[in-house]
Design a binder for this molecule. Structure first.
Ligand code: PLP
Ligand code: TYF
Length: 396
């Protein structure tokens, strides 16, 4: 059965995480995997999460099955967080299921699309998160790319993107990152979302928005502006969200898929197919992460505490972006790194060669993905001077 199998390539990001762990050098700097790190380089459990977890432990009375859509309280509260007080919610056009992580939401979306329209192509930004193409291909969907990141100008290829979207055929799907684009850090500006909505309307393609970093760029509402606008203007949409980053619940695997249909009746029918898809993959999602998030969002004091912690994380990322950009300039490192301060979320491309990435790792114990993507949140006041010195040594 298995002897003829060829080894599958390791996930480059998770593989790098393992290599970093094995490196004995105590001055090593991890700018690889996309997890938030605090000032001391740790990824702690949020205080609001700890409290919600303790309360759940004390009060929980059953572990019986939840059902395919998971925790109904979580589903209602995550809708309020992602979509806000939205007309689509008031009109009964939204159906949400909680899923094992944002990746689980994406896989449910992919299988649902395959049931609905197996001949459709899913269009993705060039570049995009490595799991996007593989998850949709695994579900049997065709994929294609639209232009997105300009590596020379470290900015959005807005005109080329709109031009490509203006040619997407009816019935296809366009995958968009809500904010904190992974891997480029370059987001769709507010003024571009209405143009994307217009093209979707004109061409008849459906947006699928991946929102894995709500609250990490400019704020919870600001970061959700794109999907909220699309859900208002268009008859149909899918939204995949994740609580891995903004609740730091990574390993608990908690996310959500929201289906927005043309009418309340259409949503109901489509959601029955979505539930069948879920039943065929994992039957029901794990409960713990959703219970924590539901408790935080439903308790005024816990919610304020969580919002304060999230704001601190966002401010730290944006602050260290400014500092990194300023210190690379002050050290006279070859190149213009002012873009680091302009970009949002945890990621940016340094725009250096794979050989230079290797030298940073081998000679200076600075770890980043070979594409030159860095997790800016891996930097802090302690290791920033070492990062800058390593960059100076390698780039001149
Ligand atoms: N989408 C994007 C763009 C991501 O970067 C991530 C990753 O961390 C996810 C989705 C899903 O994350 P998770 O499955 O850990 O919730
Ligand atoms: O891009 C990242 O670093 C995060 C974490 O298979 C991640 O999204 C990376 C790879 C993966 C799962 C999560």
């Amino acid at each position: 059965m298995f002897s003829h199998l060829k080894a599958a390539p390791a996930d480059p990001i998770l593989g790098l995480m393992a290599t970093y762990r094995e490196d004995p050098r105590d001055f090593k700097v991890d700018l690889g995997v996309g997890v938030y790190r605090d000032e001391s380089g740790a990824t702690p459990i949020m205080a609001a999460v700890k409290k919600a977890e303790a309360a759940r432990l004390a009060e929980d009375v059953t572990k019986t099955y939840l059902g395919m859509a998971g925790d109904p309280q979580f589903n209602a509260r995550i809708d309020a967080l992602t979509l806000g007080d939205h007309p689509a919610r008031r009109d009964g056009r939204v159906f949400t299921a909680h899923t094992p992580g944002g990746t689980g939401a994406l896989r449910v979306a992919a299988d649902l699309l395959h049931r609905a329209r197996p001949e459709a192509t899913v269009w993705m930004s060039d570049p995009t998160w490595g799991n996007h193409p593989s998850v949709f291909k695994a579900a049997g969907m065709k994929i294609a790319e639209y232009p997105y990141y300009d590596g020379k100008a470290q900015s959005l290829r807005a005109d080329a993107m709109l031009d490509a979207l203006s040619k997407v055929p009816a019935g296809d799907v366009v995958l968009l990152h809500a904010s904190c684009h992974n891997p480029s850090g370059v987001d769709i500006p507010a003024e571009l979302w209405p143009k994307i909505a217009e093209l979707a309307e004109k061409q008849g393609f459906m947006p699928l928005v991946d929102m894995a970093y709500q609250g990490f760029a400019d704020g919870l509402d600001q970061d959700a502006l794109g999907p909220r606008l699309l859900a208002e203007r268009l008859p149909e949409m899918l939204l995949c969200s994740s609580c891995s980053k903004n609740f730091a619940l990574y390993r608990e695997r908690i996310g959500a898929i929201s289906l927005i249909g043309e009418s309340s009746a259409a949503t109901q029918t489509a959601s029955s197919v979505m539930l069948a898809v879920i039943r065929n993959i994992y039957s029901m999602p794990p409960a713990h992460g959703a219970a924590i998030v539901a408790r935080i969002l439903g308790d005024e004091a816990l919610k304020v505490e969580w919002l304060t912690e999230l704001e601190h994380m966002r401010n730290r990322i944006n602050g260290i972006r400014q500092q990194a950009s300023a210190q690379l300039a002050a050290a006279g490192v070859n190149g213009d790194f002012s873009f680091i301060a302009r970009q949002r979320g945890m990621f940016s491309f340094l725009g250096i060669s794979p050989e230079q990435v290797t030298r940073l790792r081998e000679e200076h114990a600075v770890y980043l993905v070979s594409s030159s993507r860095v997790n800016i949140a891996g930097l802090n006041e302690d290791n920033l001077p070492r990062f800058v010195a390593a960059m100076k040594a390698v780039l001149g």
